[in-house]
Design a protein around this ligand. Structure first.
Ligand code: ACO
Length: 439
């Protein structure tokens, strides 16, 4: 119990503490008089408010720990696959061999390209941002699969869950190829997740945009011979696994918030893509690359750091709402980058990133604020080495995050405590006033 004495009234209250938290609604009993709406907590950014119970992902931001369903992210990245992790997130346990085969087959069965998709994508200008196209295409699935509006059973929900996981990569690849004016490539359900992605992204067509150097880098000589490089395919699998879930982050909370109104899962996930697109969230990997390019050379770093410390811009890819130490995913990404660069050649921006990290990890400004590299600090370098433009980085993040969004949607739908998301505000506008006669 928490004993509270309201010094405004002298009244005493006993508030129940369970699982280390109080029910915010219990505070409403604390009133100065009957007209008082009761005590509220003011929490912009919800930095100190738990909005649900969840069994999916555990994070200890102080210790730098991330676990999916209890399994440490380091072991997941080393031993698992994207599809097995998606299964784990959705169903709570790792699949055995037979379950994994069935699960992959069921995802493969959903890897059909909606008939309307090519025309839908063609309607965008070639200059359109691919994340905007992805967001629109995810929302379009809501129109293409209207049965998603009435999902009463878990079985029905799972149809859409599988479809979202299977089709987001297709939407993303279509968006990418639209920006290049290239013909679309259909998925290959028999390939690994990463290999299928590389193929849908990079399988050449006759477009002049597809240069010979890109082909050499990615493994093929011509249309028939195109074989995704297995090191790069595995690197993508790892990056996607690392991104699959991260509990109540901005985009996942958005997905839950939209789903809380009863909106269908495609609408909820399209909103999640929108939330992810911002530079403070999934757009950070893109912002990191732009920052590294702007810095240009190592000798420009000290001046850049001074500017950041003076409040002019941020060191993108550093800092995290939850992690107050090194993001455990960042270490794995850095390690993965080494393997990728052995295939693609060194990314010259890596030297700038490493030097930035070295300075930031010893500089009082960053130490005091506990700002460490997050998952996005090195992921962009890998994507760039693979030949993806910066605008595609958040799209890659969205593909990886889809199983997490879906798992949270499923969890939310079965949550006995679920409620329409509807925060309160402290109104600071005008008091009542009369509309003037003259307008
Ligand atoms: N560079 C410089 N200073 C920073 C940075 C940064 N990257 N991040 C935080 N700070 C400073 C702030 O200026 C503030 O300083 P002050 O106390 O002197 O005013 C202090 O650290 C606290 O910052 P907040 O913005 O209050 O911290 P918050 O938890 O809200 O922000 C966030 C977290 C948004 C991730 C922030 O660290 C940031 O903007 N980082 C850069 C963008 C980024 O990499 N985002 C990706 C996050 S990971 C993800 O979504 C996958």
């Amino acid at each position: 119990m928490l004993s509270i004495t309201d010094t405004r009234t002298g009244k005493q209250y006993e508030i129940k503490v369970e699982e280390g938290v109080i029910r915010a609604a219990d505070l409403r009993a604390i009133k100065t008089d009957q007209a008082d709406q009761g005590l509220l907590a003011f929490d912009p950014g919800l930095t100190s408010t738990a909005v649900c119970h969840s069994t999916i992902t555990f994070i200890d931001g102080e210790a730098g720990i991330l676990r999916y369903r209890g399994y440490p992210i380091e072991q997941i990245a080393e031993k698992s696959t994207y599809e097995a992790v998606a299964y784990l997130l959705l169903f709570g346990e790792l699949p055995d061999v037979a379950q994994l085969a069935t699960w992959k087959a069921s995802l493969g069965a959903e890897m059909t390209v909606p008939e309307q998709l090519p025309r839908f994508m063609d309607a965008f200008p070639q200059t359109a941002n691919p994340m905007s196209m992805l967001m629109s295409a995810a929302a379009a699935l809501s129109a293409i699969y209207p049965d998603a509006r009435t999902v009463a059973t878990q079985e029905e929900r799972l149809v859409h869950a599988r479809r979202l996981i299977a089709q987001m990569p297709i939407l993303a690849a279509y968006a990418f190829r639209r920006t290049r004016g290239q013909s679309y490539v259909n998925p290959d359900p028999s390939a690994t997740f990463g290999a299928n992605m590389l193929r849908m992204f990079f399988k050449p067509d006759n477009s002049p945009n597809f240069g010979a150097s890109m082909l050499r880098r990615l493994g093929g000589k011509n249309d028939e011979e195109y074989v995704p490089n297995p090191v790069l395919a595995h690197a993508l699998d790892i990056l996607f696994m690392l991104h699959e879930d991260h509990e109540q982050n901005c985009s996942t909370s958005t997905v839950r918030g939209v789903a809380s109104s009863g909106a269908d899962p495609y609408a909820a996930i399209a909103a999640g893509v929108g939330a992810l697109s911002g530079p403070l969230h999934g757009g950070a990997n893109e912002a990191v690359l732009r920052m590294l390019r702007e810095i240009g050379t190592i000798d420009h770093i000290p001046a850049f750091i001074e500017r950041v410390k003076a409040g002019d811009g941020r060191l993108m890819g550093f800092g995290h709402r939850v992690y107050k130490t090194y993001d455990p995913r960042a270490k794995i990404v850095k390690h993965t980058a080494d393997a990728v660069f052995k295939v693609t050649g060194m990314n010259p921006l890596l030297d700038i990133a490493v030097e930035l990290e070295r300075i930031a990890l010893t500089d009082e400004y960053f130490l005091k604020r506990r700002l460490y590299p997050n998952v996005d600090f090195y992921s962009g370098l890998i994507y760039e080495a693979m030949g993806l433009p910066v605008e595609m980085f958040p799209v890659m993040f969205a593909i990886g995050r889809t199983p997490g969004w879906v798992a949270h949607w499923l969890e939310f739908e079965q949550d006995k405590e679920k409620k329409l998301m509807r925060p309160l505000q402290l109104y600071t506008g005008y008091d009542r006033r009369d509309y003037p006669e003259s307008r």
